[in-house]
Design a protein around this ligand. Structure first.
Ligand code: ATP
Ligand code: MG
Length: 292
């Protein structure tokens, strides 16, 4: 079998001495869509930034397209960076440039192509995301969903082998969000692009994923195919009671349920820290009475 396009081993990262990633291991194979899920602050964006070489980890190995990103020099990083695209939460467009100019920028920077050829490339990319008609508009003149799509067109400018998405459908209406999902599916099926998608939207996750990874407090709790997560999501309450804590936690996340290991832990942990006592001595309901 071909070597994974992303291979992560024993990855550790801390900010100001506070651990954020604590021994992360996983692989992404060529052509698949990997969805990364996890609570807010669990370290998903940090993980993406480490993979693309924006940060260095304290420990561990990140192989991206065959290059060890943790020790790569500038030149190697620059070469690898031309082989993947990133769609950030905001779209991150340049406000002083039209959409067409935004998409053209990476092509101007990284290739020697003639202006006419670049124009054609830009038109193809804008057409792909349904924005050809808005080519001459500025970011301030378009909606949030259009910005996301324009950001995607720019991420596609250099025909990347891998696309990283950080919350591609956050803040979008359901139809626009479904269109983004469709685009991700099309890119995978038609162009063979490998996708790594961080998302909180479960409908979207189950639509696009080949495999899914559940991330919690800096660790991967599970990396399995979509069917595994789907079966877990549909498990009944009675059956779930005998499951190990990790599985119950993932199930709560997938179902967006208000009660379960995630919320129990959150309430006790926060209160224990505030009172500076052992977590185990606290036995309180999740909503504390304010009057006796
Ligand atoms: N550059 C940084 N400097 C210091 N702390 C950081 C930095 N980037 C992230 N953190 C911290 O690392 C933790 C993980 O943040 P991260 O942005 O990776 O979470 P996330 O899983 O993407 O959350 P969300 O779903 O809210 O986007 C947070 O506690 C955050 O405050
Ligand atoms: Mg994030």
């Amino acid at each position: 079998m071909e070597e994974p396009v992303i291979q992560i081993r024993d990855l550790h990262k801390a900010f100001d001495g506070r651990p954020v990633l604590q021994g992360v291991n996983f692989d992404v194979h060529r052509g698949e869509t990997m969805v990364i899920m996890g609570g807010s602050g669990s370290g998903k964006s940090t993980l993406l930034r480490l993979i693309i070489g924006s940060f260095k980890p304290e420990r561990g190995s990140i192989k991206l397209l065959g290059e060890e990103m943790t020790t790569a020099d500038r030149r190697t990083l620059d070469t690898v960076r031309q082989r993947f695209g990133i769609l950030f939460q905001s779209g991150a467009l340049f406000n002083s440039m039209t959409l067409a100019e935004n998409v053209a920028l990476p092509i101007h920077e990284h290739t020697q192509l003639d202006r006419e050829i670049i124009d054609i490339q830009v038109k193809i990319k804008l057409e792909l995301v349904g924005l050809l008609e808005a080519a001459d508009k500025y970011p301030a003149q378009i909606s949030g969903g259009m910005k996301k799509r324009a950001g995607l067109a720019r991420a596609l400018a250099l025909d990347p082998e891998i696309l990283f998405y950080d919350e591609p459908s956050a803040g979008l209406d359901p139809v626009t969000s479904a269109q983004i999902d469709q685009l991700i599916l099309d890119l995978t099926r038609k162009l063979g692009v490998t996708s790594v998608v961080v998302t909180h939207e479960m409908d979207s996750a189950f639509t696009i994923a080949d495999r899914m990874a559940m991330f919690d407090r800096g660790k991967m709790l599970a990396v399995e195919d979509r069917a595994w997560f789907d079966a877990l999501r549909k498990t009944g309450d009675a059956e779930s009671e005998s499951m190990p804590e990790d599985k119950r936690l993932i199930r709560q996340f997938l179902r967006g349920a208000p009660e379960g290991p995630i919320t129990e832990r959150r309430d006790h942990g926060a209160l224990a820290r505030a009172l500076m006592v052992e977590e185990s001595v606290i036995h309180t309901p999740s909503i504390l009475p304010t009057r006796g």
